[in-house]
Design a protein around this ligand. Structure first.
Ligand SMILES: Cc1cc2nc3c(=O)[nH]c(=O)nc-3n(C[C@H](O)[C@H](O)[C@H](O)COP(=O)(O)O)c2cc1C
Length: 340
């Protein structure tokens, strides 16, 4: 293995792929710095959604997903990276540092996972049942366990109960003007060129009706007209943690990233769901239904019934990635012009 540090161009490639990670309403609450030796991930509290995600759990989970995406992107280029979480006890906004341990020829599995970053998307249409589910379930459970996160698959009778809980969440949120403002600000007709959920990624009213457990978004354009007779047969999994500490949430985000990318490699469509874990009263219903103390995120998984929508936008790299002049490590500034 060659022990070397990547150049700034390589780090930029890794960060760009990391930023393809999913986030609540595509808010992208992250910031990255590179000091020539380590890549640092911070939470950007200007991009949190206080009325949707009152405890910032989803902001941390999204950052965890971006952290894992960075490691996957590095591995696809042959870089072995070591993650250290919450490295500075005095700065809790500094979520993680990634250091580069060396480089070798990338493994095919790593390249596949890296390529999945480019094709993964959130699909809000109905799905048919996932193929080869039993074997995949075991793999997904193991991937999650590697990050201290538990995976539970809902049985069909629990789907009905979850649909009722989802209706309750929607009813509560309809009566919450601040939530609605936030929803329409990020996923409505307000034009956000580099963030938010565009109409092309939101379902039409007819398609949304087919998905009993989806979040209620403003009507969009994603449709599967020829498939509208299809009943949604998605598998639904719940990721849960042992507690709500930021450490566990970050790990849950890393597990979510692994799960979504693995499903993408397997040709499956996914949709992350959190509207039933936001309000404490609704989250308690999910806890009771499944006997889980800390449910964090649900994911619908299945076969897509329409081609993927265009990729959702991301912030320009320049606005989320900086060279860190405070703590220059070896190699800092060598190609700094490339990153500005
Ligand atoms: C923590 C978290 C919560 C999310 N909650 C929902 C949700 O409730 N409903 C939904 O349709 N998508 C949800 N998403 C998916 C995001 O809307 C999506 O990742 C974002 O719009 C970017 O689009 P992309 O995943 O297609 O790249 C969530 C994603 C994350 C990471």
């Amino acid at each position: 293995m060659v022990a070397a540090k990547p150049d700034v161009q390589t780090v930029r490639k890794i960060v760009a792929r990391a930023c393809r990670a999913p986030s609540l309403h595509n808010s992208q609450p992250w910031r990255w710095t590179w000091n020539g030796a380590s890549l640092r991930l911070y939470i950007d509290d200007r991009r949190l959604l206080p009325y949707t995600d009152a405890f910032n759990r989803q902001g941390i989970i999204a950052c965890g997903a971006a952290l894992d995406h960075a490691q996957v992107a590095g591995a696809a280029l042959g870089w072995e990276m070591q993650v250290s979480v919450f490295p500075g006890p005095l700065d809790r906004s500094h979520l993680a540092s990634l250091s580069f341990r060396g480089r070798h020829a990338p493994l095919e599995a790593d390249e596949l996972l890296g390529a999945a970053i480019e094709t993964r998307c959130t699909d809000r249409l109905p799905f048919t049942a996932p193929f080869q589910w039993i074997g995949l379930e075991v793999v997904l459970r193991t991937l999650c366990r590697n990050f201290g996160t538990h995976l539970r698959v809902l049985d069909r009778s629990q789907h009905r109960d979850l649909n009722r809980i989802s209706d309750t969440a929607a009813a509560l949120r309809r009566a919450d003007p601040r939530y609605q403002d936030e929803l329409h600000g990020w996923a409505g007709d307000t034009w956000r060129p580099y963030a938010g959920i565009p109409a092309s990624a939101r379902a039409t009213a007819q398609a949304a009706e087919k998905v009993a457990t989806g979040r209620m978004f403003p009507v969009g354009a994603a449709d599967a007209a020829t498939h509208l007779s299809i009943e949604d047969r998605a598998a639904i999994v719940v990721l849960s943690s042992d507690n709500d500490t930021v450490e566990s949430l970050l790990e849950c985000g890393r597990a979510l990233s692994q799960l979504l990318l693995e499903c993408t490699v397997e040709g499956l469509a996914t949709c992350t769901l959190t509207h039933v874990t936001e309000a404490p009263s609704v989250r308690a219903m999910v806890s009771d239904l499944l006997g889980l103390d800390y449910p964090q995120v649900l994911v619908r998984i299945g076969q897509a019934t329409a081609p993927s929508p265009p990729r959702t936008p991301r912030l320009p790299l320049e606005s989320v990635f900086d060279l860190d002049p405070e703590s220059p490590g070896p190699g800092y500034g060598r190609s700094s012009a490339a990153a500005t």
